[in-house]
Design a protein around this ligand. Structure first.
Ligand SMILES: [Zn+2]
Length: 361
């Protein structure tokens, strides 16, 4: 069995200069696709569930699916992560269902749509860190509000995302504040805002530095070289998938995602977790459209789901290879959560932050 914490996995990724894609799960087919891809290239995985996924599948179904995936693929280190936890209760109940990691997104209030202030974010994140670390689980925090620099706001996905206009400043994580935040909260990983947004409609043109602020990643990494950074909304929305979707009756307006080469650049700047959901959704639903159009008498759901699962598997495999995770699974010996808890208590996993004098240079 190989259920791993986010912290141990990202420490390994940092040591060996790769990143782990985090794919969302809602159903069995997505779980199988992710694990088949991981097994094919010997890559460790992060599977994450949003609050929407937990209410769609139900916590009991979801936790047994993860147990099943773990049992089917005992050689693949599997981190089970809560995506965008909105309060302590969401995070605590995820841990109770076998998750080894949670995101406490305190950039928004518990309603998951109102931008929160910095003190609120620090307080709630620190509380979740205290709780999780007692049992050896990991915490991802979020500083800065995720959203589009083009539109000045976020996009709702699975009921999560800022509503209304937010300032340009809020949409970009402040590097100085990031240092303070990591020190105050002791998060294991930090999600940062730099122009990526959720959903398919990220950019209205191929992104440049004005709308995808990779300079923010570079600067935060310079000040926090030992902190694992997380890129949200990092689907690439490949043109071929958009084309298949639209060739078979879809009406998706032309859109641009985050180019894989920008993500690879981010990986050189401390990005260790890359969240990808839209690409997986699109890979599957483009196949649904093709099957429905080409085989109009087909009514067996498996004839839709099997090729859709294969398409998602191929996409996941490509990302494992592009982000450098291929070949890494067999190099990891999973540390039990009880041992992680001991290390937290002993202070061995406290954030390593250089003094201001050394980073000013
Ligand atoms: Zn996200």
């Amino acid at each position: 069995m190989a259920r791993i914490t986010l912290r141990q996995l990202l420490d390994h990724a940092a040591e060996h200069a790769y990143a782990v894609p985090a794919f969302n799960i809602n159903n069995m087919e997505q779980g199988l696709a992710i694990m088949q891809a991981a097994a094919a290239v010997d890559a460790p995985v992060i599977i994450q569930a949003s609050r929407g996924a937990r209410s769609y599948a139900g916590d009991i179904m979801l936790s047994y699916m993860i147990d099943a995936l773990e049992e089917m693929y005992p050689d693949i280190p599997l981190c089970m992560h809560q995506d965008h936890g909105n309060d302590e209760a969401t995070c605590a109940s995820a841990l109770a269902h076998g998750f080894t990691s949670v995101m406490m997104d305190g950039s928004l209030k518990a309603d998951a749509k109102t931008a929160a202030d910095y003190d609120y974010n620090v307080d709630i994140t620190r509380r979740v860190v205290d709780l999780a670390h007692w049992i050896g689980a990991s915490v991802e925090g979020e500083l800065g509000v995720l959203g589009s620099l083009e539109l000045g706001g976020g996009e709702q996905e699975d009921g999560h995302g800022v509503e209304g206009k937010v300032s340009h400043d809020q949409l970009l994580t402040d590097p100085g504040q990031a240092v303070d935040f990591v020190r105050a909260t002791r998060v294991d990983a930090l999600a940062i805002a730099m122009g990526t947004s959720h959903g398919a409609y990220k950019f209205s043109r191929k992104p440049d530095g004005a709308i995808l602020a990779m300079r923010v990643v570079e600067e935060i990494h310079r000040r926090l070289p030992n902190t694992h950074l997380v890129m949200h909304g990092s689907s690439s929305v490949p043109q071929p998938l958009q084309d298949v979707f639209n060739a078979f009756g879809g009406e998706m307006p032309q859109t641009w995602g985050v180019p894989v080469e920008e993500i690879v650049h981010g990986i050189r700047c401390g990005v260790r977790k890359v969240n990808i959901d839209t690409d997986c959704r699109l890979a599957m639903t483009a196949v649904f459209r093709r099957v429905a159009t080409q085989s109009r008498t087909e009514f067996d759901p498996r004839k839709f789901l099997k090729p859709a699962m294969d398409a998602m598997r191929d996409l996941c495999r490509e990302r494992f290879e592009q982000f450098g995770g291929a070949g890494q699974a067999s190099r990891i010996k999973v540390t039990p959560m009880s041992e992680m808890a001991r290390r937290y208590r002993a202070g061995e996993l406290d954030p390593r932050i250089d003094s201001p004098a050394t980073i000013a240079a």
